[in-house]
Design a protein around this ligand. Sequence first.
Ligand code: N01
Length: 559
Amino acid sequence: MSDHYDVVIVGAGFAGMYAIYRFRKQGLKVVALEAGSDVGGTWYWNRYPGARCDVPSLEYSYGFSEALEQEWDWPEVFSAQPDILRYANHVADRFDLRRDIRFDTRVSAVDFSEEDNVWRLTTEAGDTVEGRFCLMATGCLSVPNTPEFPGADRFRGEVYHTGLWPKDEVDLSGKRVGIIGTGSSGVQAIPELAREAAHLTVFQRTPVYTVPANRKAMRAEVQQEFRDNYRQIREMQQSNAGGVSNFRPVKSVRGRSGQPAPPPAPSAVPAAEPVAPTADSTGILDLSPEQRHQLVRERGLGVLLTFREAYVDLEANEAANAAFRDGIRDLVEDAETAETLCPTTYGLGCKRQVLDRDYYDTFNRDNVTLVDVKANPIVAITETGLSTSAADYELDVVIYATGFDAMTGALLRANITGRGGRRLADKWEHGPVTYLGLALSGFPNLFTVTGPGSPSVLCNMLVAIEQHVNWVGDCIGYLREHGYATIEALPAAEDEWVAHVNEVAEGTMYTTPSCNSWYLGANIPGKPRIFMPYVGGYPRYRQRCEEVAASDYEGFQFR
Ligand code: N01
């Protein structure tokens, strides 16, 4: 005998947590199944030193409760992982969410029963839970990728993955630490690890374009100005491509210095649609290489992100890339190390923008060595360290900062089977196919939050999550109101949507042939190369979702 719910939610990160609140409010009986021992999702698992958000906290926060907005204090402009996890816990307590969450419960199968139109979920412990609807709130970056190096299991030292960092403190003092990977996680962890370890060896396959993050403490006046304007800020988020308002505190900032507020700090989500330079603005191609270099010297690497044309025009992109490399050469003392840190095989804008604190400076430390594993690949992990094709490295600790099986990984790992016993793995054999990144033909009453084909990781995740959960909640309400048992995306609507997702990604830096990012699945051997997020901007996407709902769910069929 299994438990029966209106909605079974998989995951209790920010998406699952909001779904509990929202669905409960509309009178639905819900349960969330969560693999971790507590709430927080990404922020529960990614506890590595240096982990922090790349979207400002006053924006990377829920907008559904005015009281919550007014009562929560953010200590920094871009918060660190412990503060975001504290916020998640506060939300769970404040709205009493835990009573509907089963922790330490990993879902091993999700099966649709056509006989009674019910989703039956099996857990690794062998329990079953049934729901009329199933919401996959499993996150975009929740399945860590650990490359299989020969001999990995014989290593006698400590092994960690940034995406599965232990809750207990990891003591690296006096130890020889090796870290593999220099994406966002590696870039954040490396400066912190270097401060702690006796020696840090960084095994880099592809260098990054990283710019300094805003490291300001939150000023009470700025936070208050946000609080005073939160309704307007939430509105502004709705019409911004990346779901960030770019609200500029005027009173609090001008009041202090007498100057207008500075431009918004870099954020990893694209704040605006890329636009070409206008006649009255100076484009990067209007500057000589020396002028570009001078600009970087004066204003730092982040200035290059302000040239929006570098994201749509290959020549402008190459000009920005070259200026970036000049900037790295200025920051890193050892010329050979600087060259190894210079990205040359792809351009700015291909990958998610990485933000750092002291990254390039870290390579000026005596206890840090950079190893180019593109030139000399890792061939084995040994009992006492790691071997590349050129040398052996003795290590006490190996840290994988090697990313995630992004966007599709968690959905495929859940073993979802829809109508007629069709497996999601088969449906997605050649890449993810969804309608609006929300629903799947052949899988009635199952919804994905921030799934492939939706803006997801190209948007402020909290904004994207609330929009999806609200849409799903309204859709379930519509079904009940009209007495329908199931809703299911039509294959033609799905095909049309996938074609549109591909069309808008075409011609952007994200899909240039030289670009190999996790957005394209290129980080996982054998994964189909498809650009997975929707790059047409959050407002356009939201409008489409609203139109679909307003037209009695065009592109869906009811039974
Ligand atoms: O993962 P990644 P990540 N041998 O895939 C290397 C979010 N995030 O965890 O580029 C050697 O970007 C790989 O090399 P290459 C954010 O959305 C946000 O760092 O494949 N190296 C690369 O250097 C981000 O984009 C925040 O050649 C191997 C690295 O591992 C996303 O998560 C913080 C290898 C993986 O980089 C993922 O970031 C952290 C191999 N076999 C994460 N396999 C913030 O909010 C992989 N690599 C700031």
